[in-house]
Design a binder for this molecule. Structure first.
Ligand code: SF4
Length: 408
């Protein structure tokens, strides 16, 4: 028989990110986790808490917030308090650059209210201060029992390290390509920082690494090598992926390939929202990537044909969108009310050619009438034709059928 295409098993250490009794494991045999990040000013505690809640309800299991000023650090415990009041226990990750060592030591309530710290080794400081400031952050993580992510980014790569690797490269008989030196610098920065953190006393399993770049093929090359050399859990993300279709496709391509190879324990899709577009879109895309690889299920899947010259009306597109939106909107409640609902399959098809066949493969399917067909839409439930819908209210009627099926 032809082998089933299954993602390779992941082999990293497992870190524990927690808030109160709410625990999110990352790495090892834990499911691939979804992360996102707010784009509010953290000093605006209410606005940030509201966005964290929206991201959490959309399915983000970890939410990162920037902690860039003393005022932002002061707002963090208040944001946490607001979330707790709203019953949102999602762990918060503090994103630190430049002054993280000061903020973590001067604002212990902030250090305590966060569940994880992101440290960018390229922005910890220069020269003599570098080691001291890095150590201060690791000591805070040990003191407050928090895991960390050492998050390297090629937009803020450690320039001293890069320069020394460039010099070494120039001495080679056959110098590497400049890109290869950059890859090496990213990976070395992450691994050396992790080793240093362990030397200071942080347990290896509490360290997650990331090496983000903005090119799809670069990201794949860097993470393949990083996974080979690292025992730590890995956070995946295509940094600065961009807007809309470009950002979505680039992220899905890069992350999909790596996840299928067993690389990546947590992912973030860094989409730039279009004006007016919800921040939660990045969570939707991340969950679709994971679900489409069969790694996890989050929402019932909606199978729909693309439509063609046989499609008679816009009812088909409208119904597909309506059902898809309806299922997603209900999931925050259904997830707890109807465990397993995410495994459901719904089919919405445009004509008789593939309509009944796909509908029978789904838990519930509808085959809308195509050109030349009688104006009737047979509905299949659990593989059998159970009813036929007609008239103007097909969309509403089908939504009721889906809802009743789930309730029953
Ligand atoms: Fe076209 Fe029918 Fe196929 Fe849909 S199922 S793409 S309407 S032929």
């Amino acid at each position: 028989p032809i082998a089933l295409a299954q993602p390779l098993a992941r082999t990293s250490l497992q870190s524990v990110v927690k808030w109160g009794s709410h625990v999110v494991t990352v790495g090892g045999d834990a499911p691939v986790r979804i992360q996102s990040m707010t784009n509010t000013d953290t000093e605006d505690a209410i606005g940030t808490a509201i966005q964290v809640k929206e991201l959490a309800l959309a399915g983000s299991e970890l939410v990162r917030i920037t902690v860039n000023t003393p005022e932002a650090a002061q707002a963090v415990p208040y944001i946490r308090e607001q979330l707790d009041r709203m019953g949102i226990s999602v762990p918060l990750i503090g994103d630190f650059h430049y002054n993280g060592h000061r903020l973590l030591s001067e604002f212990p309530d902030c250090a305590q209210a966060l569940s994880k710290y992101r440290i960018n080794p390229g922005n910890v400081g220069k020269g003599d201060k570098r080691d001291r400031q890095f150590s201060q952050m690791i000591e805070a993580a040990i003191q407050w029992d928090k895991p960390i992510r050492i998050g390297v980014n090629w937009g803020s790569l450690d320039q001293e390290l890069l320069a020394s690797l460039m010099d070494a490269n120039n001495q080679r008989v056959n110098p590497w390509d400049a890109k290869q030196v950059m890859y090496e610098a990213l990976i070395t920065s992450a691994l050396e920082s992790a080793q240093r953190a362990e030397e200071i006393g942080l347990a290896g399993h509490q360290i997650t690494l990331s090496c983000k770049v903005s090119g799809v093929t670069d990201l794949i090359a860097v993470y393949r090598e990083l996974a080979k050399r690292s025992k730590y859990s890995l956070h995946l993300g295509l940094t600065e992926a961009g807007m809309g279709t470009k950002g979505t496709v680039a992220s899905a391509t890069a992350l999909g390939i790596l996840l299928q190879e067993g690389i990546g324990d947590t992912i973030r899709v860094s989409l730039t929202p279009a004006p007016g577009e919800a921040r939660t879109q990045e969570v939707v895309v991340a969950s679709e990537i994971i679900q489409s690889l069969g790694l996890r299920k989050f929402v019932p899947s909606v199978t729909a044909c693309p439509g063609c010259g046989r499609t008679t009306s816009t009812t088909f597109q409208e119904l597909t969108k309506q059902i898809d939106d309806f299922l997603r909107d209900q999931m925050p409640v259904w997830r707890t009310q109807y465990p397993g609902v995410e495994n459901m399959k719904v089919a919405v098809m445009g004509c008789i050619v593939n309509g009944p066949g796909e509908s029978k493969h789904a838990d519930i399917g509808i085959s809308l009438p195509g050109t030349g067909e009688a104006p009737a839409a047979p509905v299949f439930i659990d593989g059998e034709k159970r009813m036929t819908l007609r008239g103007e209210s097909i969309a509403a009627d089908f939504q009721n059928v889906v809802e009743n099926y789930i309730r029953e």
